[in-house]
Design a protein around this ligand. Structure first.
Ligand code: SAM
Length: 239
């Protein structure tokens, strides 16, 4: 996807980028590729691919959850890696207040560089594991939305993310072809952690790749014992 195709596809979806925002995406791309030469951030470095599979893909969630586009929502992105999906969302919708969490220090360092270079405000960057941070009162049940892309299967992801979401908020699950199977396997975990499946959208990226966005409402408090100790959700998912 060329930069022009990226801007046009967003426009078609009702998302209009200013010149400054287009420049910010370009700066982000350059920093990603530059840093990736010495720090492992992503396997995708070709410009057309980054614009499609990282930038455009990250923004699809706002096409279905449109309140991300217009109001001062708080969003936590767990296992954000090089910033996906939260940083493209922040660039496109500057009023969002985003918190980025990742367990790898070198990725966190990269995120700080991008946020500073692009002059983004209301971005909090946290180094650590979701299981530890989810037990901290200042983060627990504080957010309108949680996202996580390519971090873990849904049963595990639920334990990494739902403790952060306030009652009335939503977990936005972004998945590829296995989404429905994972959702079925994660049903018990979602329920145990205070979530309830609301709806799902399936669509294709412009290259034909299948994508699903599943919306989970946070309807009850997450019991205090969750998230369990670091490593446990992945080793023993709630089933
Ligand atoms: N979300 C990004 C994306 O879609 O490109 C990154 C995906 S990358 C495959 C997974 C990221 O999740 C890694 O950066 C890893 O450090 C982070 N991660 C995995 N488990 C985690 C945990 N329990 N807590 C915090 N971060 C975690």
């Amino acid at each position: 996807m060329t930069v022009e195709a990226f801007v046009a596809a967003l426009k078609k979806a009702g998302i209009l980028l200013t010149e400054t925002q287009v420049k910010q995406f370009h700066q982000y791309y350059e920093l990603l590729v530059e840093t990736n030469e010495h720090v492992n951030l992503t396997a995708i470095t070709e410009q057309h691919e980054v614009y499609l599979k990282h930038f455009f893909d990250s923004l699809t969630v706002a096409q279905y959850v449109t309140s991300l586009q217009t109001t001062n929502q708080t969003l936590i992105d767990v296992g954000t890696g090089a910033g996906f999906p939260a940083l493209p969302l922040k660039i496109a919708f500057p009023q969002l207040r985003v918190t980025l969490v990742d367990a790898l220090q070198k990725r966190v360092r990269f995120l700080k560089t991008v946020v500073e270079a692009l002059g983004l405000d209301h971005v909090t960057i946290v180094h650590g594991r979701a299981e530890d941070i989810g037990q901290e009162q200042r983060f627990r049940e504080q957010f309108d939305y949680a996202t996580a892309r390519a971090v873990a299967r849904t049963s595990v992801l639920a334990e990494y993310t739902l403790p952060f979401v306030k009652i009335g908020g939503q977990l936005l699950v972004m998945k590829g072809a296995n989404a429905q199977q994972e959702l079925g396997d994660g049903e018990k975990a979602l329920h145990t952690l205070g979530g309830r499946f609301k709806e799902a959208f399936d669509f294709q990226l412009p290259n034909g790749d299948k994508r699903f966005i599943q919306i989970i409402d946070k309807v009850q408090k997450t019991p205090k014992k969750y998230p369990r100790q670091a490593g446990t959700p992945n080793k023993k998912p709630i089933q």
